[in-house]
Design a protein around this ligand. Sequence first.
Ligand SMILES: Cc1cc2nc3c(=O)[nH]c(=O)nc-3n(C[C@H](O)[C@H](O)[C@H](O)COP(=O)(O)OP(=O)(O)OC[C@H]3O[C@@H](n4cnc5c(N)ncnc54)[C@H](O)[C@@H]3O)c2cc1C
Length: 565
Amino acid sequence: MHFPELYTSPLISSIILRRVSISYILKIISELREMVCKDKALLALVFLLGIMTNTEHSNPFVTHNSVTHSTLGTMIFDGKLCFTNLEHAAKDFGNIYHLIPSAILYPKSVSDISSIIKGIFDMGLTSDLTVSARGRGHSLQGQAQTHQGVVINMMSLREPEMRFHVGKHETYVDVSAGELWINILHESLKRGLTPKSWTDYLHLTVGGTLSNAGISGQAFKHGPQINNVYQLNVVTGRGEVVTCSKEQNSDLFHAVLGGLGQFGVIAEARIALEPAPKMGKWIRALYTDFTQFTNDQEHLISSPGSFDYVEGFVIINRTGLLNNWRSSFNPRDPVQANTFTSEGKILYCLEVAKYFDPEEINHIDEEIDTLLSELNYIKSTLFQSEVSYIDFLDRVHMSEMKLREKGLWDVPHPWLNLLVPSSSINEFAKEVFGNIVKDTSNGPILIYPVNKSRWIKGTSLITPEEDVFYLVGFLSSAAPYSKGKDGLEHILLQNNKILNYCKKPRLGIKQYLPHYSTQQEWKSHFATHWDVFSRRKLIYDPLAILAPGQRIFQRLGTTVKTMKK
Ligand SMILES: Cc1cc2nc3c(=O)[nH]c(=O)nc-3n(C[C@H](O)[C@H](O)[C@H](O)COP(=O)(O)OP(=O)(O)OC[C@H]3O[C@@H](n4cnc5c(N)ncnc54)[C@H](O)[C@@H]3O)c2cc1C
């Protein structure tokens, strides 16, 4: 047993709860004996004794709502703490997990966040309250939820106002972590500026995407969003407010980036900016040969002067595909495009974009033609569109509005995101697209490579070992109540088949936006990084108060709760 496992040991929880029977004591002795063999045994014993003496003199264990209301209800905030209308905090984009909190904090200041966390931290082991920062709540499996804990609604934090700085060496904007990326884009564009790296959908908060990574078609060039942050203000699990960057408190800075909310609540972020282009040429072309498709994608992400955005997707057994594209794209060769049929085939669509300003219009087409001339797509399937920079970046929101109109946005989203090393991608595609997934009618399957050689190191983000790996996203929507192929059960079963296949260690595949139910699975996810991750947890959130919805660590001071669907 390693020291961090104290968090999850039911036996240790029993001590904390003082529900210790004779047989339990015997088991504890045997656990301790096991620990004594390890080098951290002394530390573990001290820790354990600390827990026992602490609980010895404390009040009987009181739980949940009563504690929340009586202890937190007297605290004074710049914003407000609510004990009613809690249901919306038990929902997320995934729409599969629903955990009701005891209270929601609507902070108006960073000190509100600090006060609530410090208040709970100071209750020590007499409380089992957890705290979940909630950005836009666009997680997929309850990651921003807490069962009877406190949700912090980060979007109500409007402090600080966005502050822009244009400098010789660094141009950036300071924002509240509850700010939506779309708002940052709007404000930056007013000054001719833009953040560099994006997600495909911009109605997500800064804190939410920085806690994961923020990977999309620009990541091959600029790294993920966590690569493009200069400084953070973080409230740790002890309630301390800490400013951190690569130079200052760098361990916390790296811990929090991609840290799944485990080490602190990001209150404020300093986002790198660059001059903004005005327009984008948005291009799609099809392949039937997977190897040619991936060779071209990898060629594009390694070529200097390449496109500004490189993604792609898989199409299995779809009809009338090119016709659907015609509402937003124009075929380069309309006659040839009419002759192409997609029925019954597995197709791979390259999607790229090149940004430009109107005065560059003459040579941008030439540049694009040169880039395209090096590729092996099916010539009749080249489609192109010219859009404003903002419309290109905000493209998923257009789809959102259409889906909302049809009542198809708030359905369950059993998404699965994987990071597949370049050396495994062919084998992966053969099995998954050839055998497991029979069609793509439930939603798109994204697939595109990134090169992490220039990504900052030491963050909490877990990726495959190889420099080049693919993001493969199965972005399914389930038809509510359906028992058929478009139903939740069927899609979850298919995801499990894919995940089971991915377990082969030689494939080196990792989950992105990871979701596991046991700490053992988290340990294999983090592999050699687990020790650092759990050490950081002990330093910055020793009672495991933060982000319980990720299910990595068990709150110290609680019974072992099973998360409910
Ligand atoms: C339509 C759609 C498209 C997407 N496209 C992409 C994409 O292209 N690339 C990509 O990388 N991801 C993508 N995502 C995934 C997205 O990045 C994550 O789901 C992200 O967590 C959502 O942000 P949010 O603000 O809703 O966070 P939430 O769901 O509210 O929170 C996510 C996690 O972060 C924690 N958290 C939230 N705010 C903070 C904070 N301030 N400090 C510390 N922890 C915090 C929460 O407790 C939770 O554990 C997409 C999601 C959707 C719904």
